[in-house]
Design a protein around this ligand. Structure first.
Ligand code: NAD
Length: 472
């Protein structure tokens, strides 16, 4: 049992002002595995004031020294990677075969990249009679989701520390335990008091209080588009910087000349990893009409080969959904898809019969999907893939871009030039060609209603930077 009765504020574990504890469930067993404080506005106030006091000295600390602290945190995470991965598997339900590489090794790489990029803070650009310098934006609030909890947290924390910002972190109610373990690592790495503060609690209370607070200079939010809009509204009166990383409904165009088996396998696995609870999931598979029937057969075979099971079992590809509520949402969308006239190829709304407990949901494929259907326009956030036929490349691009979102996209053709040309026509912040890998040194973020910021790489650092022109 992971029972936390204190919040991490000003370099110490302190009793919260808010009363009560929130329970954390293991979605595979439905058992309580942890409790964390329900913080409130007074906890936010103490954490923001601590971050404000720490900001001056921390932002004036040489970037090379801050880089040393980031490296120390990476070492802490590396030394306790197994424990961190096990904790995230327990609170999220992502199977062990994925959890360590995706949820922990990636963030370690991300931390190390910002230990290097911190040196950019020392660069001075001369423009005519001006020196242009970089400074930290100030006190930052991080509001995070549950689906890639540590990855999202490090994607904000590492560049913020590199830039010289201080932070208050609010993790999701579903998966807060990793953030308490990270706070222990922060303490062990010797980061000065007040640079990192942790306040758990409900979004509508702790999250909004952070977004509204006049002493918070920037709020970086990752989550649903609806909550992101509310955060931006709460932040507007104090004109703070708002960085939003929101939802997606990403398209994957497979060309008529593609290696169909390899491309379809990639498309199915990309959506089903983490049970479809991935903001960048390629949930609209755009297939050439000439090869549609063949692709459907391949997709069903790939889907049925994926093992749904206990996340502790190394053979499981998919585990349960993160929560009962998330599973209900997914079931409702599957029923909606059938009402809208899409053809269910496999899976379905009913939970799999073989599990007595746990929020399991079968991977589900829909064929004959019209891109205007709600199941093709709205983020389902579950293991549901829409297979949509197209006539020619122009129509494929039009369908791909016919979405309120623009987070990610993918293309698979036999020609690198054609894939590149298609990639340039897609209105999305990412495009993966022929199954290429995620890159922690490249910018990540959304177009349209998928967000307005960038994380990772140099652009991720710039989010936390103010530029000053000094005329000489
Ligand atoms: P969510 O919007 O329900 O919650 C995200 C966070 O916001 C939580 O910490 C929550 O407590 C808080 N929150 C909720 N209402 C709030 C309010 N009114 N004011 C302030 N804070 C509030 O999202 P979720 O269900 O945790 O995560 C899933 C969503 O996140 C999906 O839409 C997914 O696409 C998105 N996501 C986006 C990215 C990205 O980088 N673009 C990455 C991961 C997840």
């Amino acid at each position: 049992m992971h029972e936390h009765r204190q919040l991490f504020i000003d370099g110490q574990w302190r009793a919260p002002s808010g009363s009560g504890l929130a329970e954390v469930l293991d979605p595979a067993t439905e058992q309580v595995i942890g409790r964390v404080p329900l913080g409130d506005e007074r906890d936010v106030e103490r954490a923001v004031q601590a971050a404000r006091r720490a900001f001056g000295p921390w932002s004036r600390t040489p970037a090379s020294v801050r880089a040393g602290y980031i490296r120390a945190l990476a070492e802490q995470l590396e030394a306790r990677a197994e424990g961190m991965a096990a904790l995230i598997t327990a609170e999220l339900g992502m199977p062990v075969q994925w959890c360590r590489p995706v949820q922990v090794e990636g963030p370690i790489e991300g931390l190390r990249s910002y230990a290097e990029l911190a040196a950019l803070m020392d660069e001075v650009r001369e423009v005519g009679n001006s020196l242009v310098v970089r400074e930290a934006v100030g006190v930052c609030a991080f509001i995070n989701p549950w689906n890639y909890p540590l990855h999202q947290l490090i994607g904000k924390l590492a560049p913020a520390l590199a830039a010289g910002c201080t932070v208050v972190v609010k993790p999701s109610q579903e998966t807060p335990l990793h953030a308490f373990l990270l706070a222990e690592m922060v303490q062990a790495s010797g980061l000065p008091a007040g640079v990192f503060n942790l306040v758990s609690g409900p979004g509508a209370r702790v999250g909004e209080a952070l977004a509204r607070h006049p002493e918070v200079d920037m709020v970086s939010f990752t989550g649903s588009t609806g909550a992101g809009v509310r955060v931006a509204q709460a932040a507007a009166p104090t004109v703070k910087r708002v960085c939003l990383e929101l939802g997606g409904k990403s398209p994957f165009i497979i060309g008529a000349d593609a290696d169909l088996a390899a491309a379809v396998r990639h498309g199915v696995q990309d959506v089903m990893i983490n049970s479809g609870q991935t903001c960048t999931a390629l949930t609209r598979l755009l297939l050439p009409a000439s090869r549609y029937a063949e692709a459907l057969e391949l997709a069903v075979a790939e889907t049925e080969a994926l093992r749904l099971g206990d996340p502790q079992d190394p053979a499981s590809f998919l585990g349960p959904m993160c929560s009962a509520g998330q599973r209900r949402t997914v079931q409702d969308y599957i029923r909606l898809g059938q009402e809208e006239g899409a053809r269910l190829l496999c899976g379905g709304a009913e939970p799999p019969a073989e599990f007595e407990r746990g929020y399991y949901q079968r991977p589900t494929l829909f064929a004959d999907v019209d891109n205007r259907m709600r199941i093709a326009q709205e983020e389902i956030f579950g293991p549901v893939l829409c297979l949509i036929p197209y006539r020619d490349e122009d129509q494929a691009v039009a369908l791909a871009n016919d979405s309120p979102f623009g987070l990610s996209s993918a293309v698979w053709t036999a020609s690198r030039e054609r894939s590149l040309a298609l990639a340039r026509r897609l209105r999305a912040g990412q495009c993966f060609l022929n199954g290429a890998a995620f890159n922690y040194r490249a910018p990540f973020g959304g177009y349209k209603q998928s967000g307005n910021g960038r994380e990772w790489g140099e652009e991720g650092l710039h989010e936390f930077v103010e530029t000053k022109a000094i005329q000489i």
